[in-house]
Design a protein around this ligand. Structure first.
Ligand code: MEV
Length: 437
């Protein structure tokens, strides 16, 4: 039976791989080569990547691509995207071009406040903890003055702390809800450091508070952590154009717009459709989040929670016609950064941000919202006209051909044939089989 390994993280990379190959991969020497072929020859660069996480054994490539021609608030961007799904970048590029010819994207940052909570148990009188909090609030704020120093210089810092009595929902449960501005940083480390310091100060101060001492009932810190739900860190992106100029894939503008709006109405009321609709939006958002070294899990979690802010999970995008003008928009929360984290470390992230002209976090929020809106436009445009598979499978054909290992001449014949035939893995495999007969 396989034995657990101790001190795995202390082993060298080769030792780790040898252990894996011996214990999980039937000593297949080729599996070591699979990992090694992705090692970078530049030892310094490899060391940098090894250091991002623990127990690194190789690098995992994803394509780093560019969607050019995005006109955003009259500025032209080439947007870097990291994603494995074959049709996403092509769809983004097509949409960028479509809207380039129709005035481009307009965006606006609505607010940039982030937040975190100190979760507290307190089973005493509400008045006691309320009084303690109002007497202690300034001490709590002062306790992070050193931590905040640099952030304050950059225009950020703690904005406020409020005490919330949540005992109606959970017995004895209070929280300190803290709000922050973190300027161009995503700010997770900053916020968490502040919260832990405030929590420590609260705990220490409460031990000296007479009322708590007399009743021998003290607030107890459960945990302190930022929230990835950031509905006060909001960005909006929009496109608009006269309905008659909206013809798409051979469908006249009026019909196209009416079906497009209907598709959004469906995503507003049907959860199954809404999730897929929003997944398409995330195709664009995550790809830029990854290319710019941001945390796609926090963004995903926050955006999906926002999609259900009114109790029902619904579409993140809206569309309407006003005075003959088709208006299509998105509003999403985005807590992202352009400094700190991977942004200064990963050379490709650095490249991506340089390509975007070293944007502020606010500007990057706008670019990311545009990528999401564009992706939704591309998906709905296909869905309500030709269907999604035509474009998707056209892009996927290259993957199928790679999978089948074909010659140049077979590739050319296949591409020509499938210009007007339905692409599936088996239809392509059969076609190649016929060619080889
Ligand atoms: C596929 O990755 C994304 C779509 O399913 C999105 C949508 O249905 O709106 C095409």
């Amino acid at each position: 039976m396989l034995q657990p390994i101790l001190r795995f993280s202390k082993k060298t990379k080769d030792e780790k791989i040898d252990w894996l190959v011996a214990n999980y991969l039937n000593n297949d020497k080729n599996s070591k080569n699979v990992l090694k072929q992705y090692w970078n020859n530049d030892k310094k660069l490899q060391k940098l990547h090894d250091g991002f996480i623990e127990n690194t054994v190789s690098n995992y490539y994803l394509p780093f691509a560019i969607a050019p021609n995005f006109l955003i608030n009259k500025e032209l961007f080439a947007i870097p995207m990291v994603i494995e799904e074959s049709s996403v970048v092509a769809a983004a590029s097509n949409t960028a071009k479509f809207w380039l010819e129709r005035g481009g994207f307009k965006t606006e940052v609505i607010s940039t406040t982030k937040n975190g909570q100190i979760h507290i148990n307190f089973y005493g009188d509400d008045l006691a903890i309320q009084t303690f909090f109002s007497e202690t609030k300034s001490i709590l704020i002062d306790s992070i003055s050193e931590i905040e120093k640099n952030m304050k210089k950059r225009g950020g810092g703690l904005l406020d702390i409020i005490l919330i009595n949540a005992t109606d929902s959970l017995e004895g449960y209070y929280q300190l809800h803290c709000t922050f501005e973190t300027s161009d940083a995503m700010g997770a480390n900053f916020i968490n450091t502040c919260l832990e310091e405030i929590a420590k100060t609260l705990e220490n101060t409460s031990k000296l508070h007479t009322d708590f001492i007399l009743k021998n009932t003290f607030p107890e810190i459960v945990m302190s952590i930022l929230s990835n739900y950031v509905p006060e860190c909001l960005v909006k992106a929009q496109v608009s154009c006269p309905v008659e100029e909206m013809s798409a894939n051979g469908m006249e503008g009026k019909t196209f717009v009416s079906k497009f709006i209907r598709a959004i109405e469906i995503a507003k009321i049907d959860k199954r459709r809404a999730v897929t609709h929003n997944k398409g939006i995330m195709n664009g958002i995550d790809a830029v989040i990854l290319a710019t070294g941001n945390d796609f899990r926090s963004v995903e979690a926050g955006i999906h929670a926002y999609a259900s802010k009114n109790g029902n999970y619904t579409s993140l995008t809206n569309a309407k016609i006003e005075n003959g003008i088709f208006i299509f928009s998105i509003e999403i929360p985005l807590a992202i950064g352009t400094i700190g984290g991977l942004t200064g470390l990963h050379p490709l992230v650095n490249f991506g941000l340089s390509l975007l002209q070293k944007p502020s976090a606010k500007k990057l929020m706008q670019i990311i919202a545009v990528a999401g809106l564009a992706q939704n436009f591309a998906a709905l445009r296909s869905l309500v006209t030709t269907g999604i598979q035509r474009g998707h499978m056209k892009m996927h054909l290259a993957n199928i051909l790679n999978n089948l290992v074909v010659t140049q001449s077979e590739t050319e014949k296949t591409l020509a044939y499938f210009k007007d035939h339905t692409i599936t893995h088996s239809s392509v495999a059969n076609f190649i089989k016929q060619l080889r007969k």
